[in-house]
Design a protein around this ligand. Structure first.
Ligand SMILES: [Zn+2]
Length: 261
């Protein structure tokens, strides 16, 4: 298996994965989306809400705010030594107390744990008019995308690597090149090439003269893989955690098989 990084930032990582199967790529994709532990607001207690939004709407908005945190500092509530009651190991408590006129932003959330803060400061929560007040306490805990979509750590996807072949000389190469919506096709002499922007839409084949002179297909052993973080975790951390989870699953299977008699 071969990996080449195409693009990498804190939020997004795109790489070429070569020499494997769609099943393996899909396992990594699914785990990175629904099995990564992530922090989200699970409980809100309003003591005052004069705003035009219902408590439930504000609670829903709070649950969608991504928080920066260190996953090693936290336990799942279900497996925590507090037996799910909520403690500093499995829960972070936030407080908001604002008086209008103003817009309440994510930066107005006061966290009980200094290492847990909203990823972006400018996420609007609610607008307060003159004299309106809002006061609530909220608690966030770990969960996974499988429990609820609000815990989803990343959006991951892959596509097959594009291959192109000229079967017979294309008579209208300029039209084929111009018709490619991604500007990914190039034809020089008797050689056609595509870059990684090609999404296999086959628009070039549709206009190529003569018919069937051009062939384009996806390689099912080579993938352009993207992991984009939608949480406070960075993309590389999500990907390495997904790989570790898959490894642990394989190791559990191995242990189970060894136990068989
Ligand atoms: Zn606990």
């Amino acid at each position: 298996m071969k990996v080449d990084i195409i693009q990498k930032s804190d939020r997004k990582i795109t790489f070429l994965l070569e020499g494997t199967t769609p099943q393996f790529a899909n396992a990594i994709r699914r785990i990175s989306m629904v099995e990564i532990p992530n922090l989200a607001v699970t409980y809100v207690d309003f003591s005052k809400n004069d705003s035009v939004l219902y408590d439930e709407t504000i609670a829903h908005r709070l649950a969608l705010i991504p928080f920066v945190f260190n996953v090693k500092d936290f336990e799942f509530k279900e497996t925590c030594s507090c037996e799910g009651k909520g403690c500093t190991l499995c829960e972070v408590v936030f407080a908001v107390n604002k008086k209008g006129p103003c817009t309440v932003y994510s930066k107005d959330i006061k966290s009980s744990n200094k290492s847990v803060t909203p990823l972006y400061e400018s996420i609007p929560i609610v607008e307060l008019l003159d004299g309106q007040e809002i006061k609530f306490a909220a608690a966030a805990s770990l969960g996974t995308g499988r429990d609820h979509a609000k815990f989803t750590a990343a959006v991951s996807f892959y596509r097959y690597y594009p291959n192109v072949k000229m079967n017979t000389q294309v008579k209208n190469p300029e039209i084929c090149i111009k018709n490619c919506p991604k500007n990914a096709l190039d034809i020089k002499g008797n050689k056609a090439t595509v870059n990684t922007d090609c999404d296999l839409c086959k628009e070039c084949i549709r206009v190529a003269e003569p018919k069937d002179s051009l062939n384009i297909w996806g390689d099912d052993t080579k993938f352009i893989f993207t992991v984009e973080s939608i949480s406070g975790l960075n993309a590389e951390e999500i990907l390495t955690t997904a790989i570790k989870i898959l490894k642990d699953k394989a190791s559990d299977l191995e242990k189970g098989i060894k136990k068989m008699k």
